[in-house]
Design a protein around this ligand. Structure first.
Ligand code: APR
Length: 226
């Protein structure tokens, strides 16, 4: 039986695909502070602005291509049972064919009913327009977990981390909870790898291997170690 490799990915894995991270560039995201567009309060205050913001980001995602780090994670499936837990709302892990992907913060290519959270729709094209409605007549919003909203997949993610034999954390500053707390559930007797060009702070000192590199170079390095 293959060993279980659980991956926690963040914005950094998609940086080399041309998608901006959240906290690297002066805290601005397409000219907005994340908190001004990625909260339920922002949506309630100005739906059109928030909708347009995500329409623009969706366009960027659709124009971007997966990079070698996404491909190498797919390749690791030959040797490991790879479970990806991603904070990213892009679909780049999907587009290389990774078999098992859990999105913690939603998926930008999907719309969600504002009447019933369980009604999820694939978006045809790039935009959700004001006036696009679910089958019960409520406005559609992006299927994104905003700040202040619950993270429905966190329990399943916790279980996957607890059950894993090896863990990789790639391209995340680990500043946003509850996602950042997942690493605490990974057994300290097992090996954890971290790929990030910056030093990400960890309380763990044992069985942790830092690869201080960009995602693509870091993944090549990791493949040699595994
Ligand atoms: N390769 C790997 N890592 C990189 C690269 C790269 N080429 N470029 C930058 N990084 C690293 C940064 O050093 C940083 O540690 O990626 C990390 C990105 O951190 P954040 O911008 O904070 O992104 P993330 O951790 O994914 O954010 C978490 O915050 O705003 C919310 O919901 C949003 O899912 C997001 C969450």
């Amino acid at each position: 039986m293959k060993q279980k490799l659980v991956v926690l990915s963040g914005a950094g894995i998609s940086a080399e695909s041309g998608l901006k991270t959240f906290r690297d560039s002066d805290g601005l995201w397409e000219g907005y502070h994340v908190e001004d567009v990625a909260t339920l309060a922002a949506w309630q205050a100005n739906m059109r602005l928030v909708q347009n913001f995500y329409n623009l980001r969706r366009k960027n995602v659709l124009e971007a291509e997966p990079n070698n780090a996404h491909f190498l994670l797919k390749q690791l499936e030959e040797k490991y049972e790879v479970q990806i837990i991603t904070q990213n709302v892009d679909n780049l892990h999907e587009r290389v064919g990774s078999s098992s992907i859990l999105h913690l913060h939603g998926l930008i290519t999907q719309a969600k009913s504002t009447y019933d959270d369980s009604l999820i729709y694939e978006i045809k094209g790039e935009e959700i327009l004001m006036g696009d409605r679910c089958e019960f007549g409520s406005q559609l919003r992006p299927n994104i977990v905003w700040f202040g909203e619950a993270v429905p997949n966190i329990e399943l993610a916790t279980k996957l981390v607890e059950e894993a034999d090896i863990m990789l954390v790639i391209g995340t500053s680990l500043q946003v909870y509850p996602a950042a707390g997942l690493v605490q559930y990974f057994d300290t007797r097992k090996q954890l790898y971290v790929i990030d060009p910056k030093k990400v702070p960890f309380s763990r000192t044992q069985n942790i291997h830092f690869i201080e590199a960009k995602a693509t170079d870091g993944m090549i390095e990791l493949m040699k170690l595994l």
